[in-house]
Design a protein around this ligand. Sequence first.
Ligand code: HEC
Ligand code: HEC
Ligand code: HEC
Ligand code: HEC
Ligand code: HEC
Ligand code: HEC
Ligand code: HEC
Ligand code: HEC
Ligand code: HEC
Ligand code: HEC
Length: 363
Amino acid sequence: MKRTGRWASAAATLLASAAMLVGAITVHAQDDADSAAPSNPHKLPETDMGVGAMRHYLDIEAGVDATGAVSLAHAAAARNPQAPDAIPIGSATCVACHSQENLQFSHTIHARALRSGALGSNADRTCESCHGPGSLHAASPTVAGSIIAFTHGSATPVETQTETCLGCHTGGARQHWIGSIHEARGLSCSDCHNPMAKMSPEGLLTKQSISETCAGCHRDVRAKFNRRSHMPLPEGQISCVDCHNPHGTVTDPLLKTDTVNGTCYTCHAEKRGPLLFEHPPVRESCLNCHDPHGSNQQTLLVAPLPMLCQQCHTMTLHPNDLQTPAGLGTGSAPDERLMGRACISCHTNIHGSNNPSGARFHK
Ligand code: HEC
Ligand code: HEC
Ligand code: HEC
Ligand code: HEC
Ligand code: HEC
Ligand code: HEC
Ligand code: HEC
Ligand code: HEC
Ligand code: HEC
Ligand code: HEC
């Protein structure tokens, strides 16, 4: 009785803080980058971390949330097509044999949410809401497939594993999971999430942080962030999911916005313009000159100056025949105007200019 009261008040506190959170969120890169420019360009936009989850608490009261996800009020044992005759036996029976797993599980948000019994969840079904009904497994634990297992190489097909999680977590950030590259390559939710233990502060990830979770497979990409020039991902200020939604998107490669530039503008809003004089390659794609994951050139550039510019700008028409091979640092008559900041020592506003006489990006 006392216990129920405590959980009820905990749930009420959560509801209140969720309401505050949802009220405070204005930026949602996932929905529409172009309308998501933060008013303060120095403030990073929020990620989805927990926000979508918290919103569930609010919507759950209505039974089914806005995206069609089944709420806890309807949580039952997950369906296990490999053991159609099994029936639920209750968490206490599972815990009798799996006390170690239960101990670690108890620190997770699922344990708190499902066991609270708040909002109509069936506390007795906690384990079986993910692992499926357990009567056959409890009777003979070594029969493969008798319980839903979430590891590669288990008898449970990956589709059954993901369908189980999606039973409660469909829609929202996972709207495009089906057909995404991670789904197509046979990843299971449990490749990135470990709901059985609290390894990360948020998000029930398999590693301590988002970026380390991704680095488990994308080692090469993570390594590029160690280059001389990089955005502050190793420093923990941004993470892979600021630009990518690992659950699937409509834009390759898993970008959260419709275009590359839209992704960049969510943080570098001042580059969006509008500008009086535009530099066409900037409008086309920031990737014409920058590598988002890191570069050994200055400022994430894909090639050293002045070669970066000379890939597109030939030596014709330029005053003083500045851009000659001889004038380069390695040429026969090095021109100091091509060294150091090179072209951008004169063409300073390379992303475009708002100055009436800034047609050449000098101002
Ligand atoms: C490739 C890695 C990866 C895979 C696969 C993956 N996730 Fe995630 N998921 C993440 C990361 C990273 C976060 C936290 C970042 C964030 O807030 O977007 C997250 C956040 C979440 C959240 C909490 C935030 C929210 O959106 O409500 C839920 C719930 C979730 N994932 C469910 C799933 C389910 C269900 C699956 C399987 C269908 C799945 N995930 C597959 C990486 C992954
Ligand atoms: C009688 C003891 C017993 C009970 C009750 C029991 N288990 Fe198990 N469980 C085991 C044993 C033993 C194994 C290891 C089987 C093996 O290695 O083949 C196991 C394995 C598992 C696995 C991993 C399966 C795999 O294929 O990798 C999961 C998941 C699991 N149990 C969940 C549960 C859940 C959920 C319940 C309650 C519905 C439950 N168990 C009840 C003894 C039990
Ligand atoms: C939110 C879904 C969810 C709930 C609830 C849940 N599990 Fe799990 N369980 C998983 C996933 C996912 C894995 C695979 C974890 C991994 O990748 O190591 C797993 C793995 C296991 C395993 C296999 C051993 C291991 O650690 O890999 C056992 C045994 C197990 N769970 C028992 C339980 C018991 C007992 C409960 C209830 C106290 C429970 N689970 C509740 C999702 C869940
Ligand atoms: C019975 C419904 C149910 C099932 C099945 C379920 N979850 Fe959850 N999950 C919840 C609830 C409830 C929360 C608590 C937050 C909320 O209210 O959305 C949650 C939260 C999460 C979060 C967010 C954690 C955070 O720190 O914000 C992740 C990630 C997640 N679940 C992943 C999974 C994965 C992976 C599976 C499948 C192995 C799974 N869930 C299965 C109900 C479920
Ligand atoms: C379990 C391994 C695994 C993990 C963990 C993982 N990925 Fe992937 N990812 C893959 C595979 C496999 C592909 C497909 C690669 C291919 O076909 O070239 C892929 C593809 C991608 C792509 C698209 C590449 C393209 O060329 O279209 C992006 C972006 C990506 N992952 C981002 C992430 C992010 C962000 C995370 C962490 C939240 C993550 N991945 C975690 C295995 C993983
Ligand atoms: C600042 C935004 C941003 C961040 C942060 C970011 N990416 Fe990317 N990522 C991109 C863009 C933009 C592309 C498209 C590159 C292209 O088309 O050449 C991309 C491409 C990819 C690809 C496919 C092509 C390739 O380069 O291999 C993978 C895989 C990938 N990212 C994974 C990750 C992982 C893992 C992290 C975190 C360690 C991460 N990204 C962080 C923006 C970002
Ligand atoms: C989640 C926010 C975020 C996103 C999205 C983002 N950036 Fe950044 N970027 C930063 C931060 C933070 C810095 C570091 C700013 C500082 O140190 O003053 C930075 C710095 C940079 C720098 C300067 C690096 C240097 O060495 O001085 C370049 C160039 C850059 N970003 C390009 C891009 C491009 C291109 C994209 C789109 C693919 C992008 N950014 C997307 C947050 C972001
Ligand atoms: C034509 C090549 C080119 C393109 C395309 C380009 N940039 Fe740059 N960018 C540069 C150069 C060169 C610098 C170094 C400027 C300096 O050191 O003064 C730079 C510097 C930056 C910086 C750090 C200094 C600053 O101005 O804040 C950021 C951030 C940045 N670029 C973001 C972007 C974004 C976002 C896009 C796409 C909208 C983009 N760039 C497209 C060439 C380019
Ligand atoms: C991907 C190709 C590309 C790269 C790289 C590039 N530019 Fe441009 N730039 C263009 C195009 C296209 C125009 C528009 C030309 C026109 O309107 O005739 C342009 C216009 C300009 C102009 C204005 C010229 C005019 O006639 O109005 C200047 C100045 C300029 N670029 C300087 C640079 C500098 C400096 C760099 C290196 C930091 C650079 N560009 C890199 C493609 C590029
Ligand atoms: C010492 C200053 C200075 C440096 C360094 C410089 N420029 Fe210029 N650039 C100018 C001036 C001044 C003009 C305008 C000339 C005019 O309006 O007739 C100009 C014009 C241009 C134009 C417009 C078209 C043309 O050819 O007249 C382009 C493109 C251009 N520069 C590219 C570059 C590139 C690429 C570099 C580096 C290799 C570079 N500039 C380095 C001063 C400089």
